[in-house]
Ligand binder design. Sequence first.
Ligand code: LLP
Length: 461
Amino acid sequence: MEHSGLQYLPQNLTSSFSPNQALLPLTACVNGQDHLEIGGCDVPQLAAQFGTPLYILDEETLQTACRQYRNAFQTYYPGESLVLYASKAWSCLAVCAIVAREGLGIDVVSGGELFTALQAGVSPDRLYLHGNNKSKQELQFAIESQCTIVLDNWLELDLLRELIQEGTVRAPVRMMVRFTPGIECHTHEYIRTGHLDSKFGFDPNQLEPLFIAISKQPLIHFVGLHAHIGSQIFELQPHADLPGVMVEALSKAAHHGLPVTELNVGGGLGIRYTEADDPPEIEVWVKTVAQSIIKACEQHQLPLPKLLCEPGRSLIGSACVTAYTVGSRKQIPGTRTYLSVDGGMSDNPRPITYQSLYRVVNANRMSASAGETVTLAGKHCESGDILIKEAQLPDCQPGDILVVMGTGAYNYSMASNYNRLSRPAALLVRGGECSVILERETYQDLIRQDRLPIGLLPAEA
Ligand code: LLP
């Protein structure tokens, strides 16, 4: 009989172990009480103190991933480089502040993400605003805060011209251009973006007229090109192919007298959610990208650009787990056993959205054998609210704390209040200390934006 928990523990706690290949955060271990410990904190104890569902973010894992990206660029790329954190993976003040402290910039895709990063104290010269339908207000906000705008379509160029005419723009606006490189990769169709049939970015054959239009705008400082091919990618080939396409576009810009000096190859490196996933190491991914850029620049006889990338999932995905409390059990003889927990699709919408797979352990009894296969169900009024279809767990009792792994990316950031569940709290753990980085929403928070028209106000007693 195999052990339910121990097999998931990191094999190697040194920083040469790539966090995106770990199922649990790098600091995970089992303590003397047979409990799961993360960042030196006993998980069932955290659950008792802060309630569940609870996101538990391990600072060391996040920090290690940031450092591995930066160090790999320093090792393999002789030119200037900047790693941006794609904050859509998890945008909040603490996460932005940690990645900025680690020397990363931040990619934001909305006024809200931009505001969050600015409030966290991130320097605007390290902020890049993306989005396929930025509003005029968002563009104005970006200009006023002096971050770089990644132009996605012609309408945005018109809006920028309008803002220039209206006098909003005093200093030249730093701008990049996103285009679809026509590179296919094997990932879920909802998270594929590099193929030509994509809502994001300019079609490659629009680039020449675009470069001509941009070259006529003195208040636009066109600095570079951007492409992103998709997310949760395990293959290296698409990222080895991308630089060739990008450097070719760069040389076209040079023909139009646009001295483009930055290339952003996007993010996309996958993480291990289950044993079946086999993503490459962060270092190998960076090496592949860097070597391909160097080769493509040699071929086109261009100087090395400043190289940017913008990972989200591979920085933060494996750094966080979600703790739930076991509730009801429904056994349907000969069919299946449903084990329900106190969260579900509102704190982790990925299984219902992308059929994503996850792993779970019983944090109270880490060495107990995984004796049964259950369906781990959420508590939402929706049959599809299943976190894990076939979870191997030891016999679980109501009140046990289950920990779902790899929930750092696109969980909190995609969380909702479906069924008016409060969004969970999030803790940052390190060296046996924990701090709340997101308060649990209260019932009062849930009705904070509600308004009752006068005729509907409850009658006073
Ligand atoms: N840059 C751009 C322009 C992006 O669109 C994305 C992700 C990234 C960077 C970061 O990609 P990453 O390194 O995290 O793979 N909600 C989906 C993922 C959507 C990804 C959207 N774009 C999920 O839960 O799988």
